[in-house]
Design a protein around this ligand. Structure first.
Ligand code: KIV
Ligand code: ZN
Length: 525
């Protein structure tokens, strides 16, 4: 790899998945990992295998099925964590164990109740153990930017002596400023000359809105790996946004001394939409690169300029990030074969019963909507093809909405055991009534945490896409629904979120107590 090549380490499935309310199942994580591979990231941090059997299973599935990127599993400096990470990633083409321990005095005293000497010993043992299992080991001194740089250098030296191949310097709490972060890395290079033979990595949180700026400063100081997440999701204010750092290097290529990535930028928009759908996390309209308005021009002067010459007010071409992907169009006369090849073009290999389901749904939509575009298909497959065996299905609903009487809804569902369940409710609005009618039919007290309706494309006959996040017995999960009728989309989304919540409640009840207890004793990152 050339010395200017920046390694993109995607942590959407690990740090990103730690965002409040996000909880993805194995199938969803696998789907995201396949898309990340298509996007061309170099490393996928697939999860934290010791955290739960579900995390382990997802990392293992990704390691076994996703080709191309290095697959990393996160581990604290405990033997059990490292063994779990190894067990989960060992079948990958190129496995990596990423182990970490805090080096700031604040963390060492208050969280770990330990000493600097002890932490050094733990780092040494952890990296040595990880290296006995795999060749590719990453070490992170957590909360590095609030740590004493001389002490951090000692720990980094130990990690290198034990064979760490990548050293990552996290700005765990998003406190650093760009020049300060660059100076910290520069000082580490002075104190640990051997660091030049390893890959130096940056991992910046966005608490002060500086995650991308800090990551870029880190690259200018010599780092060649950036840890980032799609749509910038992650713990608290999130991580550096992958699409922003990639497009920064792409757009300013002439001014960044050759720094470049291997990302296929045309896959960015699609990856962003997939993450948003599956996590239930909306992308803010003015979000750089992937926001709905990132390429929209409102002022007359700007519109006039762009019509005359795009570069007057656009520094990037929307097609470069894959935003033109609406050229593929199917209609109500399109057959199964056309649908299958359109889905293949979008990266979905669909056949058998799944293709039948997709085709049935496509026909329903095509009957109501003149043209079904690539964006519609994407919403449809993301939404439809994911239903698994243990799900409720919506059979039908009636809603009476009026300004003179409170709205009333009746729903009929099929339960995961195949029984028919009916419920009704009089609510504050038609959507509220239908949601509560679903609770009544399923006898569940699910609480609505988030609800959103977006249109998939523009135009009067656009598909409505609903996203629901629910909480049930301490577990939360998201669900999506797509229809030309927004009440139906909302009902489908609610039923899916409820099914996902229930699966999660069942899985949590199956978690072996030893893992749960350990996770409580030593908090996860
Ligand atoms: O923010 C952080 O310090 C982390 C580490 C586990 C790398 O996420
Ligand atoms: Zn982090």
């Amino acid at each position: 790899m050339s010395s200017d090549r920046v390694i993109i380490f995607d942590t959407t499935l690990r740090d990103g998945e730690q965002s409040p309310g996000i909880s993805l199942n194995t199938g969803e994580k696998l789907e995201i990992a396949q898309q990340l591979a298509r996007l061309g990231v170099d490393v996928i941090e697939a999860g934290f295998p010791i955290a739960s059997p579900g995390d382990f299973e997802a990392v293992q599935a990704i390691a076994r099925q996703v080709e191309g990127p290095v697959i990393a599993g996160l581990a604290r400096v405990h033997v059990g964590d490292i063994d779990a990470a190894y067990g989960a990633v060992r079948d990958a083409e190129r496995p990596r164990i990423h182990t970490f321990v805090s080096t700031s005095d604040i963390h060492i005293q208050h969280q770990l109740a330990s000493t600097r000497e002890d932490v050094k010993g733990q780092a040494r043992a952890a990296v040595a153990h990880a290296r006995s299992l795999v060749d590719d080991v990453e070490f992170s001194p957590m909360d590095a930017t609030r740590s004493d740089v001389e002490y951090t250098a000692e720990v980094v030296q130990i990690a290198l002596d034990e064979g760490a191949t990548t050293i990552n310097i996290p700005d765990t709490v998003g406190y650093a400023m760009p020049q300060e972060y660059a100076a910290f890395l520069g000082r580490l290079y002075e104190l640990v000359p051997g660091l030049r033979d390893a890959v130096l990595s940056v991992h910046c949180h966005d608490d002060l809105g500086l995650a991308v700026a800090n990551s870029f400063a880190g690259l200018q100081a010599g780092a060649r790996q950036v840890e980032c997440a799609i749509n910038g999701i992650g713990e608290r204010a999130g991580n550096a946004s992958l699409e922003e750092i990639v497009m920064l290097l792409h757009t300013r290529a002439a001014d960044v001394a050759g720094l470049h990535t291997g990302v296929n930028t045309r896959e960015i928009a699609r990856t962003s939409r997939l993450i948003s759908r599956l996590t239930g996390y909306a992308v803010q309209p003015n979000k750089a690169v992937v926001g709905r308005n990132a390429f929209a021009h409102e002022s007359g002067i700007h519109q006039d300029g762009v019509l005359k010459e795009r570069s007057t007010y656009e520094i990037m071409d929307a097609t470069t990030v894959g935003l033109e992907a609406n050229s593929l169009v199917l209609g109500k006369h399109s057959g199964r074969h056309a649908l299958k090849s359109a889905l293949e073009e979008l990266g979905y290999d669909v056949s058998g019963q799944t293709l039948n389901t997709a085709f049935k749904r496509f026909k329903e939509i095509a009957d109501k909507k003149k043209q079904v575009t690539a964006m519609d298909l994407e919403a449809l497959v993301t939404d439809e093809l994911r239903d698994d065996m243990r799900s409720y299905t919506l059979e039908w609903f009636d809603v009476e909405a009026s300004t003179r009487r409170p709205p009333h809804a009746t729903v009929e569902l099929r339960t995961p055991d195949g029984e028919v369940a009916r419920g009704d409710f009089t609510g504050d609005g038609p959507v509220d009534a239908i949601f509560r009618a679903i609770n009544a039919a399923t006898k569940r007290e699910a609480r609505l945490r988030e609800f959103r309706i977006d249109s998939v494309t523009g135009g009067q006959d656009a598909l409505g896409e609903a996203s629901v996040v629910l909480e049930l017995a301490g577990q939360s999960a998201a669900g999506q629904g797509v229809s030309t009728d927004i009440i139906e989309a909302a009902a489908l989304a609610y039923v899916r979120a409820l099914s996902n919540c229930e699966r999660r409640v069942l899985a949590a009840a199956d978690t072996p107590p030893v893992v749960a207890a350990e996770a409580e004793l030593t908090p996860t990152p």
